[in-house]
Design a protein. Structure first.
Lengths: 202, 202
């Protein structure tokens, strides 16, 4: 069994788990609950990953892999390269779209951390809002091309970003602002891989 | 010509430029100075990259690529895959080592942003210090294996992380704390690719 440092609410962990389900590898991964918060680094995780970030995957031979896209590519290589095209334009388009969805998740997490501080910096909150106001229309514009492509890590990441906004940023109103993204995301969220990894509020 | 949204002090931009020099592609890239700060998103960059992050590469046909590792892999694919092994254990080891160096750079940049705020959150500064105190020994422990591997994106990223600490975190004393990393980094920093991309304080 592989061991995955895991939490039920991390969108980056969810990306790995959705990929594992889609690839038929979920039953080869044992998840270990790891609480890795910005303010409270997970000290028990640091021997495997000194950055104290999840997801972190430990293979049977002890090899450690991170970050999430490296883990996804590794799992994909075990299952015949079905989520990331191996080369050419389709590969770099898939990886650039993943970087958009993943960078958006990074932004949302930093925004949430700042927002929840005793004294958030207003200029920083403004900057996160400004970027989000650029990212949402960009995703809305591209989502039909994303939806038309084969199942891959870009689709998985955008679908998770939508669910993450529902969970942590309900006031953004992303579903009203991005009707095509909303419609596509609702369909994707019905996949067994997404249902099996739904965000749980503890 | 490809166009690269660039700044002289971003370590992620530097990673792309060192890779371009090592691959003999630097003269096919036109750099465009872009000021992308956490508090001041670069609005002129957003049409190419709504996350407003550098580096962002625009190909001759208008295709946009980000983030930095996607750009590096693209350039590497143009030059015969010399900086990232194409498959197998060596690929995932190279990518995991890159993720360590790159995640450390992410951490240092967030640390600097917090440190420079009017009212930094002490618990957050403590968390950055705790992680850095785990990352530095991890790099020191692994640097001989990294140095023994062929030139690749892991070496480039660790060398840039060292230079970035000299520039932004001189008080860390990383060279005293990590004598093997120090020694190796001094040698790597003498490469023409590193000399051509030295961090300039404006």
């Amino acid at each position: 069994m592989m061991k995955l440092h895991w939490s039920p609410r991390s969108p980056f962990v969810r990306k790995v788990m959705v990929a594992a389900h889609e690839l038929g590898l979920a039953d080869r991964i044992r998840t270990v609950r790891t609480v890795a918060a910005m303010l409270k680094p997970a000290q028990d995780l640091m021997p495997d990953n000194p950055l104290a970030k999840i997801p972190t995957l430990v293979l049977e031979d002890g090899t450690v892999l991170y970050d999430s896209i490296v883990i996804v590519e590794y799992l994909d290589s075990l299952a015949g390269h079905r989520l990331i095209p191996r080369e050419g334009t389709t590969r770099f388009t898939e990886l650039r779209r993943h970087a958009l969805g993943n960078g958006f998740l990074d932004l949302l997490i930093l925004w949430r951390n700042e927002r929840d501080k005793p004294a958030p910096l207003p200029a920083l909150l403004d900057a996160f809002k400004l970027k989000t106001d650029a990212v949402l229309p960009a995703i809305e514009k591209e989502i039909e091309a994303v939806a038309a492509a084969p199942l891959g890590i870009a689709q998985i990441t955008f679908a998770i970003a939508g669910a993450y906004m529902d969970f942590r940023f309900p006031d953004l109103g992303w579903r009203e602002r991005c009707p095509r993204f909303d419609d596509w995301q609702r369909g994707f969220a019905a996949r067994p891989s997404m249902r099996a990894t739904e965000i749980v509020d503890a």
